[in-house]
Design a protein around this ligand. Structure first.
Ligand SMILES: Cc1ncc(COP(=O)(O)O)c(C=O)c1O
Length: 377
């Protein structure tokens, strides 16, 4: 059946379109003036000294690995409950992701389990701000300091989340963001590396642009780099979106509130996302958790039902350690990370985007309610 309410949708307006068109009328489609403008305004929003825009979130993570010199047999402690690139980036440089289970409430890395995973090869902790929740940064920083480890924040899902005055992206040695169209703001494809460390930023700038140093105008390559540049077309869209980001985040928070009200009657079967104390969460997705009595099979059937009735939905996330190539190449199996696995078996991402109407939310809730009738309590 044709989906009537998609899982996600970018929030694009006429100003966004005009911003893109304006760049297309200039000869500078890449490495033009929109790049530094986007970087400076983004850094000011997040609260870091430096921001380096790149082609997507995955390559921002990859560049973080390279700039921090994480490679060959180094170990990086990270979460199995994330989008796959937060673990893959460690493999890109032949280092080893060492998974540690998550907290059942924020779904972020459990700091109490980290010390048991530290070995003489451990070089860094890479934690993810899952769905917009902030990881337990105070504890993570204390652990990193105690064991002299680097700390990396994957904030691809948490742009705008704030604790006191501190925003996602400012809690570690460096952080990354992503701007795929399902994110809080989009550049089509795009990503950002942020840090307060000028040397690190300079290295990432060089690596994104084929190993050139910034002052080089010609074909001088000082190190092995990549083409991870982002075009000025994307940056123009990013600037326009960034100017509306606080509004878009507020609209998303309104949608969360409508869901909370709409799902209140289903509380025995469907648990809504918890509110994180002290944090103003900027929501990336709206993920509900089915009660324990439901099996993964039940959850899949419910997802199928929603899709057949025009409601976009997805399983968020499947465990990284149980992905086919992680099982095959690293021998991971079911049972290795029980909390991650239980969450992954019970969660469903429902439609979520800033322009979602109250009527849309009501339709999703109604369809979910009807779908649950197939599983008598
Ligand atoms: C936690 C996390 N890390 C990394 C990425 C990768 O970003 P991109 O898709 O732009 O490469 C994503 C994207 O969804 C993500 O959610």
């Amino acid at each position: 059946m044709q989906q009537t309410i998609p899982l996600s949708m970018p929030d694009l307006n006429e100003e966004d379109i005009q911003a893109v068109v304006a760049v297309l009328r200039t000869p500078q489609l890449s490495l033009g003036p929109k790049l530094p403008e986007f970087e400076q305004k983004f850094a000011a929003f997040v609260g870091t000294k430096e921001a380096v825009a790149v082609s997507n979130g995955t390559c921002a993570l990859h560049l973080a690995m390279c700039a921090l010199d994480i490679r060959d047999d180094d170990e990086v402690i990270t979460t199995p409950f994330s989008f796959i690139s937060s673990a893959n980036c460690i493999l890109f440089e032949r280092a080893k992701p060492v998974f540690v289970d998550i907290l059942p409430d924020t779904l972020c890395l459990d700091p109490s389990k980290i010390e048991a995973a530290i070995t003489p090869r451990t070089k860094a902790i890479l934690a993810v701000d899952v769905f917009g929740y902030l990881a337990q940064w105070e504890q993570l920083r204390a652990l990193a300091k105690k064991h002299s480890l680097l700390l990396i924040e994957d904030s691809c899902e948490a742009l705008g989340s704030i604790c006191g005055k501190q925003r996602a992206g400012t809690f570690a040695d460096c952080a990354v963001f992503a701007f795929y169209p399902n994110k809080q703001m989009t550049t089509g494809e795009g990503g950002m590396f942020v840090t307060d460390n000028a040397d690190l930023a300079r290295m990432v700038r060089s690596l994104r642009n084929q190993g050139r140093d910034e002052e080089d105008k010609f074909l001088v390559h000082h190190r092995l780099g990549f083409n991870y540049r982002i075009s000025d077309i994307n940056c123009a869209l990013g600037l326009s979106q960034l100017s509306r980001l606080p509004d878009m985040i507020r609209q998303r928070q309104q949608v969360v509130q409508w869901y909370k009200e709409g799902l209140a009657g289903l509380a025995a079967d469907v648990h809504v996302p918890m509110e994180q104390e002290g944090v103003d969460v900027s929501w990336f997705v709206y993920v509900v958790h089915l009660a324990d009595r439901f099996s993964a099979e039940n959850r899949n059937q419910l997802c199928q039902y929603l899709k057949e009735h025009g409601i976009g939905c997805n399983i968020y996330f499947p465990c990284i350690h149980l992905q086919p190539f992680y099982r095959r190449d690293f021998g991971y199996k079911k049972g290795d990370f029980p909390i991650t696995e239980s969450v992954a078996d019970h969660t469903i991402a429902l439609p979520f985007f800033s322009r979602m109407s109250q009527k849309d939310v009501a339709k999703v809730c109604e369809t979910l309610k009807d779908g649950l009738l197939h599983f008598p309590s």
